[in-house]
Design a protein around this ligand. Structure first.
Ligand code: SF4
Length: 234
C-alpha cells in the first residue's frame, strides 16, 4: 500500500480532469489493482476543514507515512513572497508544499504549472508563481536546485497542459510499486509508459536512454522519429 496525497496550488484543475480520464491504467485501477491509497485530493477527498489540516500535519510529522506527494499548479508566492494569496488550512500553501515535500518518498509535479510555472508564471507574473523545482528554464523553483525527496530523487516532473492522463497514472504506479530509484526508475517508466518523463536532472538523465518527452532530458538527446523506448541514441 502506498499513501498518496494530492494538493493544488495556482491551478485550473485541468490535470485532475486529465488524471480522471486515464485508461491504462485508470484512476480506479490505481486503488483497486496497484495498492495506492489516496489520503486526500481536492476533488475526491472526504475530509473537510480541520480534519484535512490534521491529516496534513500527520503527514508532515511522519505519523502517516507519505509515499507520494503530488502537486498540481504553481506555488504562489504573492504578495511580496508571503504566499498569502494562496492559503490552505490556515497557512500559505507554499509552506505546506515545503514540509510535505520533505516528508515524502516521492514528489511528483503534474502539469506545466507545477513543473515550471506555466501560464500563471507568464510576465508580469502577478501571483509570483513558480514551479516546484523550475521557473521556466531556470532550475530552482520553490524547492531549490538541491532538493531531493526521501527516495533520493529530485521532483519527478510530468509536464503538459494538462499532462497526458496515462503518463500520470503510469508514473504513479511506477513509484508506488517500488520501481523508484534514479536511472532504474527512468528506464522502468520509459518502458512502462512508452513516453517521457522529465526529471530535469542531467546527472541522472544523462545516460543516453531514449526519452520521448518534449520536455525530457536536457542532455541534447531528444527523441527521434522511429526510435523505440530504451533504444540508445549513440
Ligand atoms: S498545467 Fe495547464 S491544465 Fe494544468 S493547472 Fe496549469 S493551466 Fe491548468
Amino acid at each position: 500500500m502506498a499513501n498518496l496525497l494530492w494538493l493544488q496550488g495556482g491551478a485550473c484543475s485541468g490535470n485532475t480532469m486529465s488524471f480522471l480520464n486515464a485508461e491504462e491504467p485508470s484512476a480506479c485501477d490505481l486503488v483497486t489493482d496497484f495498492g495506492i491509497n489516496v489520503l486526500w485530493h481536492p476533488s475526491l477527498g472526504l475530509e473537510l476543514g480541520d480534519n484535512v489540516k490534521t491529516l496534513l500535519q500527520d503527514c508532515v510529522s511522519g505519523k502517516i507515512p507519505l509515499d507520494i506527494f503530488v502537486f498540481e499548479g504553481t506555488v504562489v508566492n504573492a504578495p511580496n513572497g508571503s504566499g498569502n494569496w494562496n492559503r490552505f488550512c490556515g497557512r500559505p500553501m507554499k509552506d505546506w508544499v515545503k514540509e510535505l515535500s520533505d516528508a515524502a518518498q516521492f514528489v511528483v509535479a503534474i502539469g506545466d504549472c507545477a513543473t515550471w510555472g506555466g501560464i500563471p508564471a507568464m510576465a508580469p507574473n502577478p501571483s509570483e508563481s513558480v514551479g516546484l523545482q523550475f521557473l521556466k528554464r531556470d532550475a530552482g523553483g520553490s524547492l531549490g536546485t538541491g532538493f531531493k525527496s526521501k527516495a533520493g530523487l529530485p521532483v519527478i516532473n510530468i509536464p503538459g497542459c494538462p499532462a497526458h492522463p496515462d503518463w500520470v497514472t503510469q508514473i504513479l504506479v511506477a513509484a508506488a510499486s517500488g520501481r523508484g530509484g534514479g536511472h532504474r526508475f527512468h528506464q522502468s517508466v520509459s518502458r512502462v509508459a512508452g513516453r517521457g518523463l522529465a526529471f530535469r536532472d542531467p546527472a541522472r538523465c544523462g545516460s543516453g536512454w531514449w526519452c520521448g518527452s518534449v520536455y525530457g532530458c536536457r542532455q541534447g538527446r531528444s527523441s527521434q522519429p522511429g526510435q523505440a523506448p530504451g533504444q540508445r541514441l549513440r
